[in-house]
Design a protein around this ligand. Structure first.
Ligand code: AHM
Ligand code: MG
Length: 336
């Protein structure tokens, strides 16, 4: 007997989800479809990067001082070019651009805002280590015309969709629209993302912590105490904690989502407000992790409740299994 293969493409899945909303106009679905195309275009370039001499710096410095790599530029342009003409967006914002990205007059009128980090983990590009793309969508709050900062600077709990693409040993598209988190793996032979991880649930607790411990001496005493606690208590052979740190937030959080544990980028003397960006990195990842049953905090407050003050605002982040993140908050508040 021939068994029917389960073959759920990302586009079919998105469409089937849309069908459960009778009032859906298809605009939201169209934006998500656009993201899947952008993901494939970036993947194509990432996967052949070593072959076509695209690696290396462009000698341009982005406005936060990082050297911009060629692939960052390519990913940034690709996202813009794939998304600007859809007619469903009123504005975009990219980690690589200082201000709001305006949609050309001809195509404005859409009701959504798209915010993205085109290539996360760019310091890892030259070493052929996992990198990613992160995206977040809000419904506009203004009535019409060009989108404004007000449309972008909404707290994360108002996101209507968020997700990431991880370019790792295989390429995955992981996203949520508030109905759980679903992961799709790219089958390069057919060029389709296929459902591989339906309704991902993060373990309640995990034994892995992920942080740039090279910053230890720059940390506040409370975070130092928490990290020491993980080592001392869990250093017993029967109950070890492992440290894993790629230095690409997408990769470190993807692992945390599947295996449990905690990822953090605390504030330090060099980055007194934290390093990672609320709008481009923390909000979308917090939405995904919460939808999978996890927790995301700036140490004292739920990340999704933070009212943003600027597009490039940086915050500390502690994200992952709920038991681990709660324990970390107890250390940060001085309860332990
Ligand atoms: P990027 O978006 O410019 O690549 O920077 C963000 C990255 C994160 O992916 C990662 O978690 C962090 O910066 C690593 O920073 P560090 O090298 O200080 O550990
Ligand atoms: Mg980033």
């Amino acid at each position: 007997m021939i068994t029917k293969p389960k073959f759920m493409t990302l586009e079919r899945f998105i469409r089937e989800q849309e069908e459960s909303f009778p009032k859906a106009t298809g605009e939201f679905t169209a934006v998500l479809f656009g993201m899947t195309l952008a993901a494939k275009l970036v993947w194509r370039e990432v996967s052949k990067a070593g072959l076509v001499n695209i690696l290396g710096t462009t000698e341009q410095i982005n406005f936060t001082g990082d050297i911009l790599k060629k692939l960052d530029l390519f990913a940034d342009e690709t996202l813009y070019k794939t998304m600007y003409y859809s007619g469903h967006l009123c504005a975009m914002a990219s980690e690589e651009s200082k201000g709001l990205i305006q949609i050309p007059d001809k195509y404005i009128g859409g009701k959504y805002v798209l915010i993205y980090d085109p290539l996360d983990g760019s310091s890892n590009i030259d070493a052929n280590i996992t990198i990613g793309t992160i995206f977040s969508m809000f419904k506009r709050v203004t009535d019409s015309g060009h989108g404004t900062l007000e449309d972008c600077l909404q707290p994360g709990y108002r996101q209507v969709a968020a997700g990431y693409i991880i370019y790792g040993t295989s390429t995955m598209f992981v996203y949520t629209t508030g109905q759980g988190v679903h992961g799709f793996t790219l089958d390069p032979s057919v060029g389709e993302f296929l459902l591989s991880h339906e309704n991902i649930r993060i373990p309640q607790r995990g034994k892995t912590y992920s942080v740039n411990e090279g910053n230890f001496n720059l940390w506040d005493d409370r975070i130092k105490k928490y990290i020491q606690y993980l080592k001392e208590i869990n250093g017993k052979p029967d109950h070890p904690h492992s440290l894993r740190y790629i230095g690409t937030m997408v990769g470190d959080i993807h692992r945390t989502l599947l295996y449990g544990g905690i990822f953090m980028y605390p504030a330090d003397k060099k980055n007194p407000n934290g390093k990672l960006r609320l709008m481009y990195e923390c909000n979308p990842m917090a939405f995904v992790v919460e939808q999978a049953g996890g927790k995301a905090s700036n140490g004292f407050q739920r990340i999704l409740d933070i009212k943003p003050t600027s597009l490039h605002q940086q915050i500390p982040i502690f994200i992952g299994s709920p038991v681990n993140v709660t324990l970390c908050e107890e250390f940060l508040s001085g309860k332990r």
